[in-house]
Ligand binder design. Structure first.
Ligand SMILES: [Zn+2]
Length: 120
């Protein structure tokens, strides 16, 4: 499972994302724009739109990116050759569509956050 709310800092302590943003942009005015994606599902590798595709099954989450069935199959050999399988956080269960898999993982948190900061 993906843990979206907490991330580890350099010392291995759990840090809330909002805290991380504060640390990154310490003292600088920061603006966070949130774009609600609803049921929109795109492959993060090839950008193909899977929103209306209930048939395609397969794919996985690599790091924080959603790899569609085609990209997952295409990239798995190189992921394995670099020993990076541990970055694969979840596989699409058999019989589930890629779209439902991604929406289930995002669990209603299907957002894009744009964080901008200005230096004084
Ligand atoms: Zn793809």
């Amino acid at each position: 499972m993906i843990n979206r709310k907490n991330t580890l800092d350099k010392l291995g302590n759990r840090v809330e994302k909002s805290q991380m943003v504060n640390q990154l942009f310490k003292g600088q005015p920061t603006k966070i724009e949130v774009i609600e994606m609803g049921d929109t599902v795109f492959c993060d590798a090839c950008n193909e739109d899977y929103t209306n595709n209930d048939l395609a099954t397969g794919g996985f989450i690599f790091g924080s990116k959603a790899y569609c069935p085609r990209c997952a199959e295409k990239r798995l050999p190189s992921i394995k050759s670099y020993g990076e399988e541990h970055y694969i956080k979840a596989y699409c269960p058999k019989g589930m569509s890629f779209k439902d898999f991604i929406l289930k993982i995002r669990d209603g948190n299907n957002q894009i956050k744009i964080i901008t900061s200005k230096k004084e």
